[in-house]
Ligand binder design. Structure first.
Ligand SMILES: [Zn+2]
Length: 149
C-alpha cells in the first residue's frame, strides 16, 4: 500500500476572500455543508456552473426555472497542468501543484486544483471526486478534487 500523500497549502489559504456575487452564494453555502451544488434546470434537469439559464429549449427559461441542487461531486479529468513556479510567495509551499478542469458527471466543466497526489499521476480521463477543504478560521470551504482510481 502506497503512502497517502497530502498536499501542503501556503498561507494564501487563510487570506480573506473577496465578497461573493449574490448569484453564486448558494454554491458556497453548499460547500460549507460538504454538498457540491450545481444550478439545475427544472424543466429538463440539465446542470450548469456557474449560474446561468438553460440553453436546451427554444424558449429560454428564466432564472426562476433554475435551482441549485446537490450533485455527485464526481467527474473525469478534462485538462490539467502542473504549476512549478509562482510569483506570490504565499503559494510557494504548495509547489508543485495541479490545476485542472474536471468534466463533472452532470456535464459542466469545473476549474479546480487536484490535491493529495503526485502530479505525474494526473491524466486526462482519470476519475476524480471533490475533497472539501474547510479553511481554518474562516466560514469558507474550498472545493479541491482528488483522484479516484
Ligand atoms: Zn432545461
Amino acid at each position: 500500500m502506497s503512502e497517502q500523500k497530502v498536499s501542503r497549502l501556503g498561507p494564501w489559504v487563510e487570506r480573506p476572500f473577496p465578497p461573493l456575487l449574490p448569484e453564486i452564494v448558494p454554491f458556497w453555502e453548499g460547500l460549507r455543508r460538504h454538498e457540491f451544488r450545481l444550478v439545475k434546470c427544472r424543466r429538463c434537469g440539465a446542470c450548469y456552473y456557474p449560474y446561468t439559464v438553460c440553453v436546451r429549449h427554444a424558449d429560454i427559461p428564466d432564472f426562476d426555472e433554475m435551482e441549485w441542487a446537490p450533485t455527485s461531486g464526481r467527474g473525469t479529468v478534462f485538462a490539467h497542468l502542473t504549476v512549478h513556479k509562482v510569483v506570490d510567495p504565499a503559494f510557494q509551499p504548495d509547489l508543485p501543484y495541479v490545476l485542472a478542469l474536471i468534466e463533472l458527471d452532470e456535464g459542466p466543466l469545473f476549474a479546480t486544483r487536484i490535491v493529495d497526489c503526485d502530479p505525474q499521476d494526473v491524466r486526462i480521463g482519470r476519475r476524480a471526486a471533490v475533497k472539501y477543504h474547510d479553511v481554518p478560521g474562516q466560514d469558507r470551504t474550498l472545493p479541491f478534487f482528488v483522484l479516484q482510481d
